[in-house]
Design a protein around this ligand. Structure first.
Ligand SMILES: [Zn+2]
Length: 409
């Protein structure tokens, strides 16, 4: 019995996400069993079901989804920095049941908006990683958990002198985090010493875990790092920590963009979160022209709803403005940031595109809706006009994570 059997639909095919009319798409045993393609199509005249890859959110903090818009009126430092930022103070006071409920509710909201997986930068040490693991199991969403220390393992003086490494207690905590989590993250490079970053690299490499770090979110990240170590935070990250993912790059200058390009770094952009904090917008156009691989995230639940359709719309329009013409970028280059660019990160079960034999991680969109049914550019409409109401089905590995009550394929 197929888990999904659609006829006469449009499927975004392969890593290039080329739209094709399809006679039939069949999902069986969690895999895409069959896609019978007809001709490519960029326009539709009288509606269609459109099947796209399930999206992956490259940067979330689901832990603070219990505090929507709680940091309104606060600076980045007041709202989000350790140890006394609003986020950390509030999380400490919330009960386990309350945190878990908000996380599961928001993971389900993500499935309603076409997302099947996310990379989460999880606060609260071992406990925080364990909590998100519970929420992921309840919802079927693939949560890639990037844990961080519950409390900063260094004093301000130790950070300033940049001489000491992690002590036994911190190494034990990190080992426990990595036993649950898929990897490690930290707020900034300035939260640990150079010696500690090398220790974190060694432990994560040994355990084949992911490494992620926020860099260059504002000028302060670079300035503090330069003052303490003589090197900017991005340069240190690439040299000492070899991250799989660099988050933000909001204020990356031409030399730093060249560095990201040279290393072919996976860079996660979050322009809505940056704008919401009154920060500069990331150099999306320059990064699109580099050899870096770009992903998109929605960042803190505090700042944004985890809706990647909204993020793609904003990103596309900012990028066009930065390019300074109406031609660049191609809409598909924005869509790749939430789908097929994932294949460069090397997460074995996440491919980010659709072909027979791959896991059935897909979303069915209702392009019969009035605002979509006569689209003259299917991919442009997908990234700028689709709303959560247009999502009919979100599926991961053949399992339905969300099915619209209004209309089902
Ligand atoms: Zn973050």
């Amino acid at each position: 019995m197929p888990q999904l059997d659609l006829t006469d639909c449009v499927v975004l095919w392969g890593p290039e996400l080329t739209p094709f009319w399809c006679d039939r798409l069949v999902v069986e045993d969690g895999l895409i069993h069959q896609i019978e393609r007809r001709q490519p199509c960029i326009t539709i005249d009288a509606g269609a079901l459109v099947v796209m890859p399930g999206m992956v959110n490259g940067h979330t903090h689901m832990g603070d989804s219990c505090l929507p818009d709680g940091a309104t009126g606060m600076t980045l430092e007041q709202g989000f920095f350790r140890p006394d930022g609003y986020k950390y103070r509030e999380l400490e006071q919330r009960s386990e049941a309350e945190l878990l409920q908000h996380m599961t509710d928001h993971l389900r909201y993500m499935t309603r908006t076409g997302t099947i997986a996310h990379l989460d930068f999880r606060e609260q040490g071992v406990y925080g990683s364990w909590l998100l693991q519970q929420a992921a199991e309840q919802t079927g969403v693939r949560s890639l958990i990037l844990g961080q220390f519950n409390e900063l393992p260094f004093t301000a003086e130790e950070l300033q002198s940049n001489q000491v490494g992690l002590k036994d207690g911190a190494i034990a905590e990190l080992t426990s985090i990595l036993a649950i989590a898929d990897g490690f993250s930290e707020s900034t490079m300035n939260d640990l010493t150079d010696a500690a970053w090398q220790q974190v690299y060694a432990l994560t490499a040994k355990g084949q875990k992911l490494r992620a770090i926020h860099c260059l979110e504002n000028e302060g990240y670079r300035d503090v790092s330069l003052a303490v170590t003589g090197r900017g935070d991005l340069e240190r990250a690439l040299d000492l920590y070899h991250p799989d993912l660099v988050i933000h790059a909001t204020v990356a200058n031409p030399a730093e963009i060249a560095l990201l390009s040279k290393h072919r770094t996976n860079v996660v952009l979050n322009p809505r979160a940056n704008a919401n904090l009154g920060l500069p917008l990331p150099p999306i156009a320059a990064l699109l022209q580099s050899d870096a691989t770009l992903l998109l995230g929605t960042d803190n639940g505090l700042l944004n709803s985890p809706n990647l359709f909204a993020e793609m719309d904003f990103t596309y329009k900012v990028a066009k403005s930065q390019f300074g013409d109406a031609v660049h970028p191609a809409p598909v280059d924005i869509l790749k940031m939430t789908t097929s660019n994932l294949r460069h990160v090397g997460i074995p079960d996440l491919h980010g595109y659709l072909e027979p034999g791959l896991p059935a991680d897909l979303v069915v969109l209702n392009f019969h809706q009035p605002h979509l049914c006569a689209s003259r550019h299917l991919i442009a409409s997908l990234i700028t006009r689709v709303t959560p109401d247009d999502v009919l089905l979100t599926m991961r590995q053949g399992r339905s994570l969300y099915q619209s009550a209004i209309s089902t394929p």
